[in-house]
Ligand binder design. Structure first.
Ligand code: SF4
Ligand code: SF4
Length: 93
């Protein structure tokens, strides 16, 4: 673990709920978005392309930073904080 970003993030705990808190409107991605910045700006690298070339997000690992929501200029994301006690719990060690 050590002092790397990955090491520090490795201390955190995730409580995964059943409801996804990020939804991607792939029709908007496929028709309006050329740059697909979400594939590059997520600090946890949770956005990927599937076999059909559609954008997916592994929401269970979300750090709740909101970067993807701010950077998606085509308004293709529905994003809310996980409900209840679900989501990430930041730990320093
Ligand atoms: S930046 Fe927004 S519109 Fe573009 S691919 Fe990502 S989610 Fe879709
Ligand atoms: S909120 Fe942050 S960690 Fe979560 S998917 Fe968006 S960019 Fe990635």
């Amino acid at each position: 673990m050590g002092t790397t970003v990955e090491g520090k993030l490795g201390h955190n705990v995730f409580k995964i709920g059943k409801e996804r808190h990020i939804t991607v409107n792939t029709e908007i991605c496929n028709t309006k978005c050329k740059d697909k910045v979400c594939l590059y700006i997520c600090p946890a690298f949770l956005y990927k392309l599937d076999d059909q070339g559609n954008v997916t997000v592994d929401w269970e690992g979300c750090l709740e930073c909101g970067t993807c929501l701010l950077c998606c200029l085509e308004d293709a994301l529905e994003w809310e904080y996980p409900r209840g006690e679900n989501g990430i719990q930041y730990r320093s060690a």
